[in-house]
Design a protein around this ligand. Sequence first.
Ligand code: SAH
Length: 244
Amino acid sequence: MNPTTVLQAKSDPMGQAISDFYTMGKAARLRVFSSLFEEDEIPVSQLFRTIEEMPVLEQEALKMAKGRILDVGAGSGCHTLALQDMGKDVVAIDISPLSVETMKKRGVRACCLSNLFDERFGETFDTILMLMNGSGIVGRLDNLPQFFKRMKQMLRPNGRILMDSSDLRYIFEEEDGSFLVNLADKYYGEVDFRMQYKGVRGDSFDWLYIDFETLSYHAGLNGFQASLVRMGMHYDYLAELTLL
Ligand code: SAH
C-alpha cells in the first residue's frame, strides 16, 4: 500500500457501515471475503463495543496505555472514547473518511484522517495502540522493517506499542495436533481481504496475523523487544513492543 493512501468514501465499506449504524442504529451486512476463510461477516454492532463488552486483552491494553496515546485504525472510536472517559490523553487516526467523521460526531476530541505510514503526520506518542488484530495494518511480514522504522519516528523515549494478534496455526492444525504448512509458501498469517457493504465494494488489502515468536524475532532484527503481556481465549495475545 502506498504509505500516504487514505480511502475514498465510495470505496470505504466499513466506514459506510459504521456511519449507517451510528445514524440509524442499525446496519446492513458487512461482508468479508478473504484468501483464507469462507465468506464471513463483521457484526457492525461489535465495532461500537463498550469497555465492558471488550475482550480482556483490549481492556488490559486500555489500562496499560499512558501518557500521550495514539489509537491506530480507530474505526468507530470505541477504544479512543473509552480512554477519554478514563481521563487519558488520546489521538485517533484512521484511513476511513466515514469512520473519522463518525468518531467526531461520537465525541472523539482529537482525530485525524491519516495513514499510519504517512510521515506528514508528525506527532510523537508514549503509547501506540493497535487493537482488534492490530498487527493487520502492517499488511505483510516484509513490511515489518518499514513499520518498525516508522515506530521509531513516532515513539517518545520509553514509549511502547501495544498490539494484539492471533496465531492462525489453528487453521492448519491436524487432528493429532501437528501443524501442516508449506514452508516454501508465504507466511501462513498473510491474508488478503476485501469487504463489501450494500453496493460499496472495497479494494482488496493485505492483513497480517502474526504469531508471537515471529513477531518477537522480527522485532529483534529491527531494534525492538517484544514481550507477551497476556494470552487470549483462542490463539490470540497482547504484546508490548519497546525499543531495545
Ligand atoms: N480499532 C477498531 C477498528 C478495527 S478495523 C476496533 O477495534 O474496533 C481496522 C481499522 O484500521 C479500520 O477502521 C481501517 O480503516 C483502519 N486502517 C487500516 N489500515 C490503516 C492504516 N494504514 N493507517 C490507519 N488506519 C488504518
